[in-house]
Design a protein around this ligand. Structure first.
Ligand code: DQA
Length: 143
């Protein structure tokens, strides 16, 4: 049975009240419930984590027993060579995920360090991107 880490970066703990016009009104807890449901139907296990701290996110990447990682790195997507290097260092497949379509937003969001090392990226589908990402990762790990 595949085991997948769903890892969320800074400010995603505030989903529900944070810029609802951009991110919707669904909370991170609601998103975890969507993932739990999807994981059950896929027959995979998962861990769901969030941190506002770059080093803690790196520790999650280093220490997870998961075979694949679904990563919404939040704003660290656009700044963190350290998170990119952590992904390269553990040599596990990463699917990059964003609620919003980062390419339709400010120019500074158009560049992603994570995209250099992710095998795929989902963005712009809101919360429904999470179960889709889980499904895509389960399929990737089953190959
Ligand atoms: C985000 C997009 C990032 O640019 C932003 O900094 C976030 C959320 C998204 O899910 O759309 O915090 O990763």
């Amino acid at each position: 049975m595949s085991h997948i880490l769903i890892l969320n970066g800074p400010n995603l703990n505030l989903l529900g009240t944070r810029q609802p016009e951009t991110y919707g009104t669904i909370t991170l807890k609601d998103i975890e419930a969507l993932c739990a449901h999807e994981a059950k139907s896929l027959g995979v296990t998962y861990e769901f984590e969030q941190s506002n701290h770059e080093g803690t996110l790196i520790d999650f990447i280093h220490n997870t027993k998961a075979e694949g990682i679904v990563l919404n790195a939040g704003a660290y997507t656009h700044t963190s060579i350290a998170i990119m290097d952590a992904i390269t260092s553990v040599n596990k497949p990463v699917l990059e995920l964003h609620l919003s379509n980062i390419h339709q937003r400010e120019a500074f969001r158009h560049h992603s360090y994570i995209s250099n090392v992710a095998f795929a990226m989902i963005c712009g589908l809101g919360a429904s991107g999470y179960p889709l990402a889980l499904r895509a990762m389960a399929g990737h790990l089953a190959l």
